[in-house]
Design a protein around this ligand. Sequence first.
Ligand code: FPP
Length: 238
Amino acid sequence: MHIAIIMDGNGRWASQRGLPRTAGHRAGAKAVDKIVEAAARSGIDTLSLYAFSADNWHRPRAEVGALFTLLRRYLLTETKRCVEKSIRINVVGRRDRLAPPVLRTIEHSERSTAHCTGMNLRIAVDYSAQHSLLESCRLMAAEGRVDRARFKEHLAAIDHSATVPANVDLLIRTGGEKRLSDFLLWECAYAELYFVDSFWPDFDGNAFALALEEYGKRERRYGNIRVSEQHIARAGHG
Ligand code: FPP
């Protein structure tokens, strides 16, 4: 099972408490710890977290700096724990605009956990699905033929993804907004969408379990008719 999360609401969580936005991001990083643990415990195969979108560069310099400091700190402190829990870390997105120390930390975390066979933890940084799709199209055009499997290989290479794009089963967005914000647009083709009002720093193991419970109630049809109706249709009565 592949779960993707848009971790929204750090800023509002902070302003509700009269704190600077960066305090919200710090609290958000703690929530990341908890949810990674909860997901690994629940036997989730892949967890994709949207940590920094390509459009987040437009935020104030100090906030961008704080987000990258938190990301680096997270990777520096959690890599060892991920090895212990056999969690493979993979940072997906562009790398050409990242500062060398960030890049080195990412590469170190990926190298150290490359052998891990438990959950895949994918952290999206400087990520834009539209950018990745367009770049993959550019590579296809250069090759002169369009092929789905090849396209997915290109997409993985552009995203620095350790695996070819895996369909997202459940997309969770916290913070009350109901949009995809350029996250995993190809992979979310058949994703079940789950929107929750709580701000990301308040999203805990219980909230995660509720999302899984709701997902369990959804019937996934992939364009087909309901399972309960398929036997009737097959018998020619449908
Ligand atoms: C959206 O909230 C959140 C982000 C842009 C950053 C998410 C980052 C973290 C949770 C912490 C660092 C990540 C890791 C993996 C350690 P917002 O700021 O847009 O909230 P708002 O909509 O209330 O302003």
